[in-house]
Design a protein around this ligand. Structure first.
Ligand code: HEC
Ligand code: HEC
Length: 343
């Protein structure tokens, strides 16, 4: 009898652990995942916890890691889906400019390759990016000794770092980078009208947007072969022939392979209506111009992807595609106080 009861309890236990009803909220980190999003990858070096995310949020908006009074949020702004809306390239220490358009940092917890050229990759890539930003002369133009000193003297950070990473954790750049990386990992976007449509709300898209959706996922345009999956990116490198001569050699800078010249990592298209201007150098200003570029099949360039061919889309079809791209905007992301500057 007792054995029988234990078996029942065990079965109930298994079922409650396997409960996959969505949205998923992990008790420990408070990150809510939209339907269709797989569990976040686990970084054993830096577990995603509520306290580390909260600390990271404070640091993300703080100028303490920089010289010249800038923060991560100077270039990754919530209202532009954490891109640097309006700026072709971004401006860091004393107005010095970056060489590329600031990427929108949503759903990046799922990525393998980071930056337009994949310079950073693997499970600690975001921590590495933070440390690099601190040192780059055209971003924070600072150094770890200065940062460590400032954190040590700060009235709150020494305690917050210990709360997040344990009693032995010293207030230094290493832990600041871990916490910021975890805040960045917590920025999830998947509640656009497109997502609502996919979940079964057929009224979430109008007829033009539905036609655009079909074109986007069609064999004719092949948009979804590169801008694929729930992230709208394959996280791989391609040249779309936006120019006949790439000043920025892209993936080549990482691999030194000629076949990688002019290739850039496919950017996500989530919230694309909020993140103009476009492409790695921000040279394309509008979605209309983007569609012209694809409809023409791109310029002549040796490494241009084979799929880049004239598409023969009518003006009406172009409009439908653009309307579909607008339906990828997630209003919750830009309003969510969880991602805003803490009070
Ligand atoms: C001066 C502007 C600027 C500042 C400040 C800045 N970034 Fe960025 N960020 C960029 C640019 C530009 C890129 C694209 C770089 C590239 O591809 O070479 C980028 C890329 C990234 C990426 C990679 C995204 C992807 O899709 O691969 C992450 C993550 C990121 N930044 C996080 C941060 C964090 C965290 C901070 C604060 C520590 C920060 N950034 C500060 C401009 C900035
Ligand atoms: C061969 C892969 C591939 C295909 C097919 C493709 N794209 Fe892209 N897309 C990319 C890459 C790579 C970039 C970035 C190129 C660069 O910056 O040089 C990009 C950039 C974009 C951008 C600008 C994103 C930003 O944040 O700057 C938009 C919008 C876009 N694509 C839409 C589309 C649409 C719509 C289609 C179908 C008509 C399409 N793409 C087909 C790979 C592809």
């Amino acid at each position: 009898m007792i054995k029988y009861i234990l078996t029942i309890i065990a079965i109930i236990g298994i079922f409650s652990c396997q409960n996959t009803s969505h949205p998923v909220s992990d008790e420990d980190n408070g990150v809510v995942l939209p339907l269709g999003f797989p569990p976040l990858p686990i970084n054993l070096d830096n577990p995603l916890t509520k306290v580390s995310i909260e600390l990271g949020r404070k640091l993300f908006y703080d100028t303490i890691l920089s010289n010249g009074g800038i923060s991560c949020a100077s270039c990754h702004k919530q209202r532009f889906a954490f891109s640097d809306g309006g700026n072709h390239v971004s401006f860091g220490f004393q107005g010095r400019s970056t060489t590329r358009n600031a990427l929108s940092i949503v759903n990046v917890a799922y990525y393998e390759n980071y930056n337009w050229d994949g310079k950073f990759h693997g499970s600690n890539a975001i921590e590495e990016i933070v440390k690099t930003v601190v040192h780059l002369p055209f971003e924070f133009n600072c150094d770890s000794n200065t940062v460590n000193e400032r954190l040590r003297k700060h009235p709150e950070y020494p305690k917050l770092i210990k709360n997040a990473y344990g009693e032995s954790a010293e207030p230094n750049l290493k832990y600041a980078a871990k916490a910021i990386a975890n805040f960045v990992r917590s920025i999830i976007s998947g509640n656009s009208r497109y997502d609502k449509f996919v979940k079964g709300d057929t009224a979430a898209l109008n007829e033009s947007e539905k036609r655009g959706l079909r074109l986007f996922f069609s064999d004719r345009t092949k948009c979804s072969e590169c801008h694929s999956g729930h992230l709208f990116t394959d996280n791989k490198f391609h040249s779309t022939g936006i120019t006949t001569h790439y000043f920025d050699r892209g993936r080549f800078l990482v691999t030194d392979e000629n076949e990688d010249r002019g290739k850039f990592r496919t950017p996500t298209l989530r919230n694309i209506a909020l993140t103009a201007p476009y492409m790695h150098n921000g040279e394309i200003l509008t979605l209309e111009e983007i569609m012209q570029h694809y409809n023409n099949g791109g310029k002549i360039f040796i490494n241009k992807d084979k799929r880049m061919k004239p598409l023969g889309l009518s003006q009406e079809e172009i409009k439908d595609l653009i309307n579909f791209l607008h339906a990828l905007t997630d209003e919750d992301l830009i309003k969510n106080p969880k991602y805003s500057k803490p009070l």
